[in-house]
Ligand binder design. Sequence first.
Ligand code: ATP
Length: 218
Amino acid sequence: MRIGLFGGTFNPIHIGHIKVSAEIKKAFKLDAIYMIPSATPPHKKSKGIADARDRLEMTRLAVSKLEGYNVSDIELKRSGPSYTVDTINQFKKTLSADASLYLILGTDAFLEIDTWMSYKELFKMLPFIVMSRPKKSSIVTPEQLESYILNNVSESYAFQRQENRFVDNRYRPIYIFNVAPYDISSTDIREKIKKRKPMGDLVPEKVENYIRKKGLYL
Ligand code: ATP
């Protein structure tokens, strides 16, 4: 069983999250994707962040009809900040021994990973899949990614061009994956809602209805 863990604030979940994770699921032949909304995001200012239960519900609505998608409330059930290292440890305990886990994240999140709790541990725990992201990461070149990894994780990571991944004998591989560009962010969506502009097709219809019904982000 190959499982992708895709965490985020999902404030709100948008089409970009869905499209890129579906592309990764296919490319890496994953059997399942677990979407994991964070409870108390340690990295984002809590102002403007919808209640975790609303973000969880919107995530459920967005993926309910998608095959192989699950939504985990693991971070909402813990108290205190949502540290990824705790989430992965918890996942490892509940899944069968033959399950292989992958951590999926965008370049913008990856380039802040040195601020995450016990981040070097994470690179020992599971392989990473780092997806390209337009706009937010437009300044990120492969060389910059490489120097970030060498400076912050391990200087013995080496790039394997054919596999498009960095390998190191003490750490798990870091895959670099160029997904189709979706220039969409939750910030843009929140701004549109505040300005009473239509959300267009940036969020699934059920999520838009939920946002309107609850009056979120106004
Ligand atoms: P915000 O605008 O509030 O910062 P966001 O759109 O970045 O939100 P998050 O919930 O923070 O959404 O993102 C969760 C994960 O999904 C992160 O790893 C982020 O890099 C990735 N991600 C979000 N949108 C995209 C996108 N359009 N393309 C590729 N990766 C994305």
